[in-house]
Design a protein. Sequence first.
Length: 282
Amino acid sequence: MELHNSAAEIYVPDGSPVNVALSRTTHLGVSAHQDDLEIMAYHGILECFGKSDKGFTGVTITNGSGSPRDGLYGNYTDEEMQVVRRKEQKKAAYVGEYAAHVFLHYSSNAVKDPGNFDVVGDLKQIIAASKPQVIYTHNLADKHDTHVATTLRVIRALRELPGDSRPQRLYGCEVWRNLDWLNDNDKVVFNVEAHENLAMSLVGVFDSQVSGGKRYDLATMGRRRANATYLASHGVDESTSLIFGTDLTPLMHDDKLDAGEYVQGFIDRFAKEVSGRIAKLS
Ligand SMILES: [Zn+2]
């Protein structure tokens, strides 16, 4: 596989050849940054953990340059931060027993540039080689530009691939904006209560972010707990930890379906539910 950037890398935690590792993939996560997958795609990691017939492969599109830094990392240069963040992502891939982790090493600006087709080209190669059943990426209502750009590149790559290389499902998941606001029948609900220790480890290894001033570890575990408790107002909690997603599969199959209009549908249904309740009770 010829990836565009010379600093791109495919890391295989168990040391298997890359083609073997990728062909073991059943669940693929594509994220903008190091640590996003452990926050949003933990369902896929958990589904594959310890299973001989399933494999999770992660893809990180950006190089980690420009990350916030403080404390131990306060004086690190951009180049040093890129090294640290790649190392942390490899730790997560090892702990989570990923089949492989692909570092594409793009700048955020390259990902956000709609005229840059290199990211799409790399994604097409990875998806064609791994043929996952499920892909997790960012949700289209996320508030981080690089996250939303990542999802748009994933959709474009899938549309350009033949049908037999496409997964059965494409999900957009939570990082920068949760999905609690979605109407319940628009939510894809992932139960991730198993192996809580693993979940905590995976969000905890990103020390440069957590000790650098952002408690993503506590916030992520807290969000999952809150999702589980606040999903339904009647009855007892059926899970202690949930991740919410949106089903983006229709965007993969229908070239004419506009991503903005598609996410607007979720927003419109939410608005209707809120105003409908107020009208009913007034
Ligand atoms: Zn991110």
